[in-house]
Design a protein around this ligand. Structure first.
Ligand code: 9MR
Length: 349
């Protein structure tokens, strides 16, 4: 592999070197145009460095033409926002419902988009029949059956699965949070889930996904890091860490790139899986995307919705498109940070 690419660096285009020489010789940079190919959409531009750029999708919005227009144009990966969660897929024991998830996966396939699976084992959006189980053998069987049934349904069509979501506690403990899985099965439930997932769909990348693991020194980040390090040391199958990246107005913490690199150095890919930033400052978005671009094993970015009105935190206008589907300044900042050139804005006559 090209060592520059492995380090996440782009080879300086010959045209840029020429331009620099001309600049030195003539004092102007305009003489030689930069002919490096640029794409004009997020997905196509991300693909130029081998990455994906995705969005969360809600099945209920697929009838909205503005929504699907942007979805088809800009993104090359989708994550079902709620449709693959346990309460949607197995609302009562052994009775599975894949209608809305199928709609998203079939639509994505028709548009040539890849799909992230979200999520198999999570304490939230979990039906009451699961959270009331108290017997370990029963719960282990139920968890394994859920994983195998959902994964088999989409086998070969999911590039990465969030096998376990949000298992670590907030605050200073660095330990797993209390949940029916942890409380009944013990900490080993995560390892069990990953082993079951690997044997069900060996081709899918298996991710651990969480929020507030972006700041390197946070106890929660350290807890997740220790778990991944332990899994790699003991051969427990894990391929990726998803950092959700639900940021406040300031954007990513200063250590964000360090966190991405440190996880990656354990031998896993990292993915930004649910990006949104309060008020969508272009600088904050650019800093987030740059951190990923600077880490070779940061393989893709997903924003958590298309328009501000689609967001779970719509009051904070955190996304790349406004309510009418227009590109916001953060959109151009992201495209530029991915290496692209925003389309010229139309001048008033
Ligand atoms: O965006 C999702 C929202 O529509 C749901 O009501 C909510 C329910 O928990 O989940 C949201 O998505 C979450 C994701 O699945 C996991 N990480 C946090 C996301 C925002 O809450």
């Amino acid at each position: 592999m090209n060592p520059l690419k492995r380090l996440g660096l782009r080879r300086t285009p010959v045209t840029s070197l020429l331009a620099a020489a001309v600049l030195v010789a003539t004092g102007t940079a305009a003489a030689v145009p930069d002919t490096t190919p640029r794409a004009s959409t997020l997905g196509a531009q991300a693909a130029q460095s081998g990455r994906y750029f995705g969005t969360a999708v809600a099945a209920g919005k697929l009838g909205d033409g503005t929504y699907t227009g942007i979805l088809g144009r800009e993104f090359n990966s989708v994550t079902p926002e709620n449709e693959m969660k346990w309460d949607a897929t197995e609302p009562s024991r052994g009775s599975f419902n894949f209608g809305p998830a199928d709609q998203i996966v079939n639509g994505a396939t028709a548009r040539g988009q890849r799909v992230r699976g979200h999520t198999l084992v999570w304490h939230s959006q979990l039906p009451g029949w699961v959270s009331s189980i108290r017997d370990a053998n029963t719960l282990r069987g139920v968890m394994n059956h859920h994983i195998t049934t959902v994964m088999n349904r989409y086998k070969g069509r999911i590039h990465s699965w969030d096998v376990v979501n949000e298992a670590f506690a907030d605050g200073p403990s660095g330990q797993l949070r209390s949940s029916v899985f942890r409380d009944v099965l013990g900490d080993g439930f995560i390892e069990q889930a990953f082993r079951t997932a690997r044997s069900t769909d060996p081709a899918a990348k298996l991710c651990y996904n969480d929020y507030n693991i972006e700041n390197w020194n946070d106890a929660k980040t350290q807890g997740a890091y220790r778990m991944v390090r332990d899994f790699k040391a003991r051969g427990v199958p894990i391929d990726c860490v998803g950092l959700q990246a639900h940021f406040g107005a300031g954007g990513p913490p200063a250590s964000f790139q360090t966190t991405l690199s440190n996880f990656a150095a354990l031998g896993v890919d990292v993915q930004i899986t649910e990006l949104d930033i309060a008020q969508a400052s272009p600088t904050a978005y650019a800093n987030t995307v740059r951190a990923c671009m600077n880490v070779a094993r940061c393989t893709g970015i997903t924003v958590w919705g298309i328009r501000d009105s689609d967001s779970w935190r719509s009051g904070e206008n955190p996304l790349l498109f406004d309510r009418n589907g227009n590109k916001k300044p953060a959109y151009n900042a992201v495209l530029t940070a991915l290496g692209g050139t925003p389309a010229a804005t139309r001048r008033a006559p």
